[in-house]
Design a protein around this ligand. Structure first.
Ligand SMILES: [Zn+2]
Length: 116
C-alpha cells in the first residue's frame, strides 16, 4: 500500500501503523468527490505544499519555490516530505494530472506575487 515510490521508500520511514491510518484518512477525505471536486481539492492541496526557497530579496523571483509534499490534512497526522510519486500514490492521481495541477498552481503563485 503505497510503499513503492522513488526507491527511498518514503512511507517506510514512518511507523507503518500510522502510515496506514493516514492513508485511510486520505481515502476517506477523497471519498464522494466527483472528478472535478477532486481536482479542485488536489489543486488546493498542492498550493499548500508550495514552500518558498528563500524569504529574502530573491522572493520576487517566482521560480524560487519548491514543493514539500504532505500526505494528510491533519497536522498531527500527516506524512511530510515524501517524494511526488508517494504523494500521487496516496491520492490516487496520475503523474500527468499532478504536472498539470502544479503548473496551474505555479501560475497562480506568480499572479499573486505580481499583484502584491
Ligand atoms: Zn519516495
Amino acid at each position: 500500500m503505497g510503499s513503492h515510490c522513488c526507491g527511498a521508500q518514503c512511507l517506510l520511514k514512518y511507523n507503518s501503523e500510522s502510515v496506514i491510518d493516514i492513508l485511510v484518512s486520505v481515502q476517506n477525505e477523497l471519498s464522494g468527490f466527483s472528478r472535478d471536486e477532486k481536482k479542485n481539492f488536489m489543486r488546493d492541496k498542492i498550493r499548500n505544499c508550495v514552500v518558498p526557497v528563500s524569504l529574502d530579496k530573491q522572493q520576487s523571483d517566482a521560480k524560487n519555490f519548491h514543493y514539500l509534499w504532505v500526505i494528510g490534512s491533519n497536522e498531527q497526522m500527516c506524512i511530510k516530505g515524501v517524494c511526488r510519486i508517494a504523494f500521487c500514490n496516496a491520492y490516487g492521481i496520475g503523474h500527468t494530472l499532478l504536472e498539470t495541477l502544479c503548473s496551474e498552481v505555479k501560475q497562480g503563485v506568480r499572479l499573486t506575487e505580481q499583484v502584491c
